[in-house]
Structures are given as structure tokens and as C-alpha cells.
Design a binder for this molecule. Structure first.
Ligand code: XMP
Length: 601
């Protein structure tokens, strides 16, 4: 797989005894997903580094070697202890693991001619215990190297159009290799294949049920924290709240400290809401650090989006450093808790600002020192977002909290656009060109470009045809919006010079609160994954601002689709927003991601 693991976190198995299956991690993006799939079968599986000595794995009933981004043809690639292959423990190599098996046992691996990426069809060429109940399957491939000659004792058990040896086995030694990924959803028979391996071949027995997950994590927390206490910088997001609550349960409220920094860049009533949730959870040591004035001062006069982000990141660092010093969190009695989840630990495809996302929490010198000396607990690093929500439900984090949409760390600051100079909106044959710069992604690069406004309400055709055609054809824009309603003619509108101010943030907060109230009442909230409401300094006369609605659906934030609102509802909402004196127009973003990012900055 293409994405290397940045940091590998391993679920500590000591709490419930020895895992039956161990997944050896060769750096693949999906390593933890394999372990998760095995646990879903009811068998306890963990993840360990690929070079774990065979002697430490002697009690396992089976070993799975994961896929990884390396090439066995290059020196220094991740490797396994060869003694594993003589230990009579069944081994399943997946993708890179398949190639590693071939290489270790005397087969041959070579650079493929064209690689094989995406969906393929597996033809079963030979009966095999791994195929029990299967005659073939849609599979998912992602490889360039390929096994070109079998090791002694092996036979080909499956092939695809491109890979002659897509699967191989030596049933006598219980060694199996598959070039494809059974753990991903696109491999239709994937779970069946893992089941055949885990139960049929390894003879594992059911020993894991989801209800053991929370006690296991809590035990791990107690083991790591020992006699010390834990402090968290909580964001009000799902991950840090669930991680915090797990610590609260494991250690008791007197040993868990939560700090929430109110940057003044929050949505309306966010701080009281977060405070009430933490009270409901039983937090006794929870402080809100009010830092609105500091953040606004740091942002004063800035218009450039990346400069705004930087200023916020730096301000976070200052506030955190101050809290660390005044509360003495750096003395040996404390360790840092964080809500890092598994996808945060892998490098993301380059478009999401994973570095920036982590900046707020990781860059403070004191925190860096805590991390380097291992004084950190991250109870959720083995889990995906949906599992974190499930865990949250299990430990009774209120549903109103778990169901919340993601909200960016820099808050409303990146939804309140600024401009350094006045400029007119111009009428073009394609629509009205608004000279405000919003961010987009083309390939891996972020670019700031203008916005094209169509002078009518949003339609499906605009989203599917007009917007992509315009963003493809014009190099000066990366977004297209539709006009839902305005006070006056768009041709008379202009952009004015504007920076972040309390006044503008209040207008945005009000508009955002109107939208949220409408979404909750109409049920639209459940149709969208996220719904940024953006303020742009575009208007005329007394009304100097416009509101952009950006409802999208996404699975992981990496790509996003525009979600359209039912016209009657949109009309009502537009009317409510235009009733705000400062608001001149309401627009609807018609741009999928890519080319438009979810946020406007
Ligand atoms: P974009 O705008 O890049 O956003 O399509 C993808 C997802 O990431 C969120 N986002 C952030 N989250 N700190 C965060 O915690 C940030 O700096 C940040 N920037 C974007 C965004 O809300 C969306 O869910």
C-alpha cells in the first residue's frame, strides 16, 4: 500500500492474555484493519512489529504478515524473523507479506510490468483451505512487484488477468500467500477468506467480543499511567472526549484533568455546551481557559489564510505552555492524554493538513518533551472513527455529543474570510466573478483562487455539470456557487477590505446558529457529514457580508460531495439569513472536493 506508517501503536495484549492471531506490521496503511477484521470474527488479534522474534510469537495460533509500501527487492525493507516460517504456526502473507514469503522460501519476486491497482477478479485455480466455500471473488489489488516463481513445495491457488501467482500455498507447512487485500471492503469474499484462515486453518476459538474492548483499554490505561495522573487538552471533539472519558473511568475523576481553551473562535454556545457535557460525564477537574482576546490580538490585521492558521497554531502553543507551567503538569506526577486515533497515525494522501491538525497539540516544547520521554497515553490509537463512536456509546458519552459533525481546530477563523483590498464583482459570460480567494485542491497542491457565482438557485445539473465544467475550463477559479437570494443586484456588489473582528465573528456565529437550528429541526443535519457556514466580505451599502452554505457528504474528509437542500427549505433558510442586517446575499457552494476543499481556507 502506498502510505507508510508514521508511528506504530500497538494494542497492549497483556490485559486479556495472549492474542491468538498476530498481524506483523510491515508498514501498510491497512495493518490495523486486518487485526480489526479478525477481532470482528470473535478472535483476539493484535499488531506487532514485523521483525518480532519467532520465540515471542510461539503461543500464537496464526500469523498474518501485512501489506506494506516497501519492495522486497530493495535493501533495508521491512522483514520478518525467518524462524517463523519453520515454527509450524500457520502463516498468511498479504500483498507485501505474500512477496516476503516467496522471497524467504526460495521463490522469485520481480518488478511487475504494469502494476495492478484497484478491482480485479480472482480465479481460483486449485482447491485450497483458504478458499473453503468459494469459487472466485472480486478482489482489491494494490501492487507493483509480483511473485514470478513459486518456492519449493508451493502451488498456485489463484490468479488474475495480470498476476499469474495471485495466491499460493504450501498446505503441508500451512503457509499461504495472497497478493490481494482481504481486509478491504472491495474484496467481496475477504472476510470469508480470513475466516477460513483463522478458524479452518489456525483452529482459533472464539475468545473476543466487543464488550471486552473497553475493560482492556481501561486496564491498559492503569498499567501505563501507574500512580500518576493524566491531563488532557480537550477540543470538544469526539476523539478527545472519548479518550478523556476512558481515563476518567479507569482512574477516577480526581486523577484526570481536562483543559479546554476557549479561543473565541467557537460556534455560538459551544463553550457552555462542552462544559455541560464534561459535567455530565462526571469530570471534577475541568477548566476552561478563556483566551479570546489573545487569539483576536494574534489575528489582528491578518488576511492571508495560511498566516491566520499559523497565528492560531502559535497562540495555542503559548496558551498551552502557560497552562503547563502554572498547573505544574510537567513535573513527574503527570502524563499527557491525547485522543489520537488510528487514521491520525498514518500519513494522509497529502491533501488534508495532517501536520496542521496536529500542530495545536504537539508542538509545545513541554509537550514534545513529554512525548519523547514516553509520558503520554493515547488510548484510541488502534481504532477507527466508527469504533471510537461505538466505544463512546458503550461508555455512555451522550449521543448528542457523539453525533456531532467534525469541526476544525482553528474554528470559525478559517470560515471568516478576509481581503486586503476592495475589488468589484464582475459580470462574465459564465456568471459573476467574485474576487475573493478560497482554497481548493488540484492534485496534491492547495491553491487559492476566485469564486464564480451563478445567478440562480442551486440545481443538480449545476453540481454535476456546470460547476465541474467551469472549474476545469477556467484557471482563475476553483469554486462555483449558486445564488440563493440577495438584497440587490449582484453586479453592484463588491469585495471590501476586511480582517477578523469580533463584530464579523459575531455575524458568522449568528448565521451559523440559524443554519444549525434549521438543520436540526428539518432533519437535514443527518443527511450531511459536515456543514461549514462561511462569511465572505462581499456586499453593497449597509449589508457588507455574504453567507456561503457548504453542506457536504464525505466518509473521511478526503473527498466530499455537495448535498443539495430541498428548495422550499432552502428558501426559508435564505430568508432567515437575509434578515440579519449585515448579510447581503446567501450563496450555496456547488463544488465537490476535489477541486474545492471542504473548508474555504
Ligand atoms: P479540507 O478543507 O481540507 O478539510 O477539505 C478536510 C477536513 O479537515 C478539517 N480541517 C481541520 N481540522 N484542524 C482540524 O482539526 C485544521 O486545521 C483543519 N483544517 C481542515 C475540515 O473541517 C474537514 O473536516
Amino acid at each position: 500500500m502506498a502510505s507508510p506508517v508514521e508511528q506504530t501503536h500497538h494494542l497492549n495484549p497483556t490485559a486479556i492474555g495472549v492474542p491468538q492471531i498476530t498481524v506483523l506490521d510491515t508498514g501498510g496503511q491497512y495493518t490495523h484493519l486486518i487485526a480489526r477484521r479478525v477481532r470482528e470474527l470473535g478472535v483476539y488479534a493484535d499488531v506487532q512489529p514485523s521483525d518480532t522474534p519467532a520465540s515471542m510469537l510461539a503461543e500464537r495460533k496464526g500469523i498474518i504478515i501485512s501489506g506494506g509500501p516497501g519492495s522486497v527487492l530493495l535493501p533495508g525493507c521491512p522483514d520478518i524473523d525467518p524462524a517463523l516460517l519453520e515454527a509450524s504456526v500457520p502463516v498468511l502473507g498479504i500483498c507485501y507479506g505474500h512477496q516476503l514469503l516467496a522471497q524467504h522460501l526460495g521463490g522469485h519476486v520481480q518488478k511487475g510490468e504494469r502494476g495492478e491497482y484497484g478491482i480485479a477478479h480472482l480465479t481460483v485455480t486449485c482447491e485450497d483451505d483458504l478458499w473453503n466455500g468459494l469459487s472466485g471473488s472480486q478482489i482489491w489489488m494494490s501492487h507493483f512487484d509480483t511473485v514470478s516463481a513459486l518456492p519449493d513445495g508451493f502451488r498456485v491457488t489463484g490468479s488474475t488477468e495480470v498476476s499469474g501467482i495471485a495466491a499460493m500455498s504450501d498446505p503441508a507447512r500451512k503457509l499461504f500467500g495472497i497478493q490481494f487485500h482481504p481486509e478491504v471492503f472491495h474484496t467481496h469474499a475477504g472476510q470469508r477468506i480470513l475466516e477460513n484462515f483463522v478458524f479452518g486453518i489456525c483452529k482459533a476459538t472464539s475468545d473476543w467480543d466487543v464488550s471486552r474492548r473497553v475493560p482492556l483499554i481501561e486496564e491498559q490505561i492503569r498499567t501505563t499511567v501507574r500512580e500518576r495522573s493524566v491531563f488532557f487538552f480537550v477540543s470538544g471533539g469526539v476523539d478527545s472526549t472519548v479518550a478523556y472519558t476512558l481515563c476518567l473511568r479507569a482512574l477516577g475523576p480526581e486523577r484526570v484533568f481536562g483543559i479546554y481553551v476557549d479561543t473565541g473562535l467557537m460556534r455560538l454556545s459551544e463553550t457552555p455546551f462542552v462544559r455541560s457535557v464534561f459535567e455530565e460525564l462526571g469530570a471534577e477537574n475541568f477548566i476552561v481557559e478563556r483566551a479570546e482576546d489573545e487569539f483576536l490580538a494574534a489575528l489582528e490585521g491578518l488576511t492571508e489564510p495560511e498566516a491566520k492558521r499559523r497565528a492560531i497554531g502559535e497562540q495555542f502553543v503559548k496558551v498551552q505552555a502557560r497552562i503547563l507551567a502554572t498547573e505544574h503538569f510537567l513535573d513527574g506526577r503527570w502524563i499527557l492524554g491525547q485522543g489520537t486515533i488510528y487514521p491520525d497515525t498514518i500519513e494522509s494522501g497529502g491533501t488534508v493538513k495532517s501536520d496542521l491538525i496536529k500542530t495545536h497539540h504537539n508542538r509545545v516544547a513541554g509537550i514534545q518533551a513529554l512525548m519523547e520521554s514516553g509520558r503520554i497515553i493515547e488510548p484510541l490509537t488502534a481504532f477507527y472513527k466508527d469504533e471510537v463512536r461505538e466505544i463512546g456509546r458503550e461508555i455512555r458519552v451522550p449521543e448528542k455529543f457523539l453525533a456531532r459533525h467534525p469541526f476544525p481546530g482553528p474554528g470559525l477563523a478559517i470560515r471568516c474570510l478576509c481581503a486586503d483590498a476592495a475589488a468589484d464583482v464582475t459580470h462574465t459570460p459564465d456568471g459573476f466573478l467574485i474576487p475573493i480567494r478560497s482554497v481548493g485542491v488540484q492534485g496534491d497542491a492547495r491553491s487559492y483562487r476566485f469564486v464564480m457565482a451563478l445567478p440562480h438557485a442551486p440545481t443538480r445539473q449545476d453540481v454535476e455539470q456546470t460547476a465541474p465544467a467551469l472549474t476545469n475550463a477556467r484557471a482563475d477559479i476553483n469554486r462555483v456557487v449558486a445564488l440563493c437570494g440577495a438584497k440587490g443586484e449582484l453586479s453592484r456588489f463588491s469585495v471590501r477590505a476586511a480582517t477578523l473582528s469580533k463584530l464579523r465573528l459575531n455575524v458568522l456565529r449568528e448565521a451559523d446558529a440559524i443554519v444549525r437550528k434549521f438543520c436540526l429541526a428539518s432533519g437535514f443535519e443527518e443527511k450531511v457529514w459536515q456543514f461549514p457556514v462561511v462569511l465572505i466580505p462581499v456586499g453593497s451599502g449597509e449589508a457588507q457580508e455574504s453567507v456561503v452554505l457548504r453542506p457536504i457528504y464525505s466518509v473521511d474528509g478526503m473527498t466530499a460531495d455537495v448535498v443539495l437542500m430541498e428548495p422550499g427549505g432552502l428558501e426559508q433558510l435564505t430568508k432567515q439569513l437575509l434578515a440579519l442586517p449585515a448579510v447581503a446575499a446567501v450563496f450555496y457552494d456547488l463544488t465537490n472536493k476535489p477541486p474545492g476543499t471542504i473548508e474555504w481556507e
